[in-house]
Design a protein around this ligand. Structure first.
Ligand code: CDP
Length: 804
């Protein structure tokens, strides 16, 4: 150091690295309306596609007549399955090993299914022409109930699979059955449950809902016939995977396909899969030789693109009289709709549902999941969660509450009694996971103290007394949750999507003047990656975050990656970023040592420079090192300063949290007023506390929506009853309560910077907290369990049925 060298803390703060509440760099364009979304793309000669969709949930297609549609000026083509058949593109593979019709092939299996694709010079002309395509349907019996779908006389939904009793995940035992997936020790668990002091049993239903991103799905496909290159701009959460799949199913060489995800207006799992709109736009562009745009409207998004949840979870939880849990048994009936298009790693047809033992040291557990076809839209995507983790957390957090009722024990005490203790980590769960780190009791104690739990219970009891005296019609519910999440798929040995191992990547180039560009295999949809990944690098390589551009989403420039969903970006791509930074630093060390004329081992890292050990006045800053790497011949060292890392995580990360929701419920109107919501999250090392807080606020608001009203509901004919935003609940600032956020920090021992994911935690933990609050309000009046969503009518109905 010399007199001019600012102190360490000052230099570190100037980097805006790990732990800094750096403002989101993305916001400059988003808040000024300068974002660039798919529907903003305008290209010369561009055509527009629109779908003819089925009004029926199950019907045979007797004929399609597009003559009147084709006669409208401006209509270029009307594609049906017969046009796609010669290209073998009338069906496409799903992420779950099933296949799905691109355009209805002989029959339709859900309302809103794509039947024909109209291509026109103008979006409005395309929509008008859709109305004129005449489809002759013969209605067939509809099954929307997954239990009825398994009856011996239930109609055969997937005629293409008839007689095929071997599915992608083992034997099928019925024509509407997809798979059975078992985990854990069945005999031991049944023995424990059969002989336990206390067993609580319940059917816990997590209803069908939808990620409903503000921007719907869409793409622009452009086939450049001169150069043989296909470029597709689209709302893709996993652009490289889309490129590989597009190459495999179209036969176009992968280097001739460029996938670009521009700005994306929220994904939440909805934009992971491949939809018929993408295939039809690509085919239409190949046929016409001009770009073709397809952007779905809100109703299409809600009715036809990937749904989430629809899990019927039958559970039994066994315990000793004093509340020590001894076993957990669960059978899930999973309604997958017409095609199994769940976005799960191949080995996990029910995703990571086997995290359902939660935060608790449960010695014995068994789980079986049966996937079933019904006449509903396909999907089963991870709506702000890692592959069925939300279902798992809801299941165990409801079962704990139900067990507490049965034991007549305080649910906070029951949880604490059964937590996996700090010293048990790394912890091997009965259903096969190794939890990396956790300190649940500390988080729990902090949460209960922060809300004055005992005071709340006293107030609740006083309110019950006042209610019984007729002095009030409002009850208080205290909703507790302690959730454990599993995020960061990989490892490659366990997790793949369509055979592609789930690693991720980062490539860094340092420019001669000491600024940098980092490219990643992930893609932000609002999470602020351009802000936070630059912060990781700033701390690793000593270049200010403000001098680092982060670029994602263009397969021609970004290294191969598996994309962003399931809070995997920080655990996997964030780790790749740190590792690539370390490669840069290792080379920088050699350059610094050369410049300082000392051995490599005689220099040490100091925030933004290498200094000679014992001689702090002798140093080279990263800026100087970067310049030297381009303008000096350094013996044994290649010019330039670049690095790439492909990171295969050794394990997943296990963030956790303690949430408390305090609610006042009006028994006469069914209104629920959220008085307090306290959310403590532990996501290990925190990169940007402000972004984490934003993630928690957003996730909790989605959790509020799901728990309190949001659902995709069907009538018995398979009509979607909630296909518009008039019926499908998306909270506004009016319904959104004030959230108090808090944290503890338990770093992941295997992640290079100790970070775990956080994006989905508030959704995973929030839903049971809201739901438990509703249940808790009626606890003393005999309510054991009722199904979500807890809209006003359903809450009123609870009170009515209890005679209140
Ligand atoms: O994969 P996705 O981006 O949806 O989720 P994530 O990895 O949990 O990250 C969401 C946002 O929170 C990103 O901008 C992360 O870098 C940031 N984050 C953070 O600042 N600190 C953490 N420990 C985890 C995430």
């Amino acid at each position: 150091m010399n007199e001019m060298t600012p102190p360490k803390t000052e230099r570190a703060a100037a980097l805006k690295g790990l732990g800094s509440a750096r403002k989101r760099v993305e916001d400059a364009r988003f808040t000024q309306g300068k974002g660039n979304y798919v529907d903003d793309l305008k290209m010369p000669g561009m055509l527009f596609g629109d779908f003819v969709r089925s009004p029926y949930a199950h019907a045979r297609i007797k004929s399609i007549n597009a003559d009147k549609a084709k006669a409208i000026p401006g209509v270029v083509a009307v594609l049906t399955a017969d046009d796609l058949r010669p290209l073998n593109l009338h069906w496409m593979p799903t992420l779950a090993g099933d296949k799905q019709m691109v355009l209805a092939d002989g029959k339709v299996l859900f309302q809103g299914q794509e039947v024909a694709f109209v291509v026109a010079e103008d979006r409005y002309v395309a929509a008008d022409a859709v109305e004129l395509v005449e489809v002759d349907y013969e209605e067939l019996p509809v099954v929307v109930d997954p239990f009825k779908a398994q009856a011996s006389d239930a109609p055969v939904l997937r005629e293409d699979l008839e007689g095929n009793m071997e599915g992608a995940h083992g034997p099928r035992r019925h024509h509407n059955h997809i798979f059975t997936w078992e985990q854990g020790d069945k005999d031991a668990t049944e023995a424990v449950v059969g002989s336990a002091d206390v067993v609580a049993e319940e059917m816990v239903y997590y209803h069908r809902t939808h990620p409903c991103p503000l921007e719907t799905c869409g793409c622009v496909a452009s086939m450049d016939k001169v150069n043989g290159k296909l470029t597709v701009w689209g709302t893709f959460q996993a652009p490289h995977a889309v490129r590989t799949v597009a190459s495999l199913i179209s036969g176009i060489a992968e280097h001739n396909i460029r996938i670009i995800s521009p700005d994306i207006g929220g994904g939440f799992g909805n934009k992971v899969g491949v939809y018929p709109g993408y295939i039809c736009s690509i085919v239409a562009s190949i046929v016409t030789g001009v770009p073709v745009k397809w952007v779905e409207d809100r109703m299409e998004n809600l009715m036809a693109t990937a749904f989430a949840r629809d899990y019927w979870m039958q559970g039994k939880i066994a315990a000793t009289k004093d509340g020590r849990i001894t076993g957990l048994w669960c059978h899930v009936t999973a309604d997958h709709g017409a095609f199994d298009a769940c976005a799960d790693p191949t080995k996990f047809p029910a995703g990571f549902f086997n995290i359902c033992t939660g935060s608790y040291d449960i010695p014995t557990a068994y789980l079986a999941v049966d996937g079933v076809y019904t006449n509903k839209a396909p999907g089963g995507v991870a709506y702000r969660c890692s592959f069925r983790v939300t279902e798992a957390a809801y299941f165990i957090e409801r079962m704990i509450e139900i067990l507490a009722l049965k034991l007549d024990m305080d649910p906070a005490e029951l949880r604490a009694k059964n937590f996996i203790r700090k010293e048990q980590f790394p912890y091997q769960s009965a259903l096969g996971w190794e939890y990396d780190s956790g300190d649940y009791q500390t988080a729990w104690d902090k949460a209960l103290k922060a809300v004055d739990y005992e005071g709340l219970r006293r107030e609740q009891a006083e309110r019950v007394d006042a209610f019984k005296r007729g002095e009030t019609r409002k009850l208080i519910g205290i909703g507790l949750t302690h959730f454990t999440e599993i995020v960061g798929a990989g490892p490659v040995k366990n997790c793949d999507i369509l055979g592609l191992g789930m690693f991720d990547s980062c490539e860094i180039r340092i420019h001669p003047t000491g600024s940098a560009i980092a490219r990643l295999g992930t893609i932000s949809q609002g999470q602020g990656h351009a802000t936070t990944f630059a912060q990781i690098l700033a701390s690793e390589i000593g270049i200010p975050a403000d001098d680092i551009t982060v670029e994602e989403g263009d397969t021609d420039t970004a290294p191969y990656g598996l994309g962003t969903y399931g809070s995997r970006s920080t655990p996997v791509a964030g780790a790749a970023t740190a590792m690539a930074g370390r490669k840069i630093r290792a080379k920088a060390q050699m350059i610094a040592a050369y410049l300082l004329e000392v051995h490599d081992d005689d220099v040490e890292w100091d925030v933004d420079r290498f200094v000679v050990k014992g001689a702090p006045q002798r140093f080279k800053t990263m800026k100087e090192i970067a310049f030297a790497s381009y303008n000096q011949a350094i013996p044994g060292v290649e010019p330039g300063l670049e690095a790439v890392s492909y990171y295969d995580p050794p394990n997943m990360t296990y963030p956790f949290g303690a949430y408390v929701c305090v609610m006042e419920v009006d028994v006469d109107t069914g209104e629920a007023d959220i008085r307090k919501f306290y959310a403590l999250d532990d996501c290990g090392t925190r990169i940007n506390p402000m972004i984490i807080e934003g993630q928690v606020h957003g996730g909790l608001t989605e959790a509020l929506a799901i728990a309190m009203g949001q659902e995709i509901a069907y009538d018995e004919l398979g009509n979607v009853k909630t296909g518009t935003l008039m019926d499908f609940f998306v909270p506004t600032s009016w319904e959104t309560p004030y959230y108090t956020t808090d944290h503890t920090v338990t770093p992941s021992p295997h992640h290079p910077i100790g970070a775990k994911g956080v994006g989905e935690s508030p959704n995973v933990g929030g839903v049971p907290a809201f739901s438990n609050a509703v249940h808790d309000a009626f606890r003393t009046f005999g309510l054991t369990h009722t199904h979500m969503p807890h809209d006003h009518w359903r809450i009123w109905k609870i009170a009515h049925d209890l005679g209140l």
